[in-house]
Design a binder for this molecule. Structure first.
Ligand code: 5GP
Length: 112
């Protein structure tokens, strides 16, 4: 079981900023920007690479919720970054699909 599943189940605490029946969003425990929120499906999908056609609407909703959170957090006007890491070379450390919402500072490119 992943740490994110434990957060979904309420077994460990998280600083939640959004929740509905399908999606949960909470602040990253090691923020890499002034605003750093993780948006996750409650359904245990490992990554975007493991999603299937039946998850199409859910994946779209995750992005829309990420945009809503950016507005809620006051970072939308200046711009922000959405990231989803996939697998070892992608830098994924938790095997439960998540989209990082990063903002409040100027981002650099390319990523390291
Ligand atoms: P990844 O490296 O898989 O793309 O991102 C995983 C993220 O989850 C990391 O940014 C890490 O700081 C965050 N994280 C790991 N464990 C916890 C936790 O227990 N609580 C919270 N809020 N974030 C966590």
């Amino acid at each position: 079981m992943t740490i994110f599943q434990k957060i979904i189940d309420g077994d460990i605490p998280a600083d939640k900023v959004y929740e509905d029946d399908e999606i949960l969003a909470f602040r990253d425990i090691q923020p890499q920007a002034p605003v750093h929120v993780l948006v996750i499906p409650k359904k245990p999908i490992v990554s975007v690479a493991d999603a299937s056609g039946e998850d199409e609407a859910l994946l779209g909703k995750i992005l829309l919720v990420a945009g809503k959170i950016a507005r809620q957090e006051g970072i939308a006007d200046q711009g922000y970054r959405l990231v989803t890491n996939i697998g070892s070379y992608g830098g994924q450390s938790v095997d439960h699909l998540h989209v990082h919402v990063l903002g409040g500072r100027k981002m650099t490119w390319p990523p390291g």
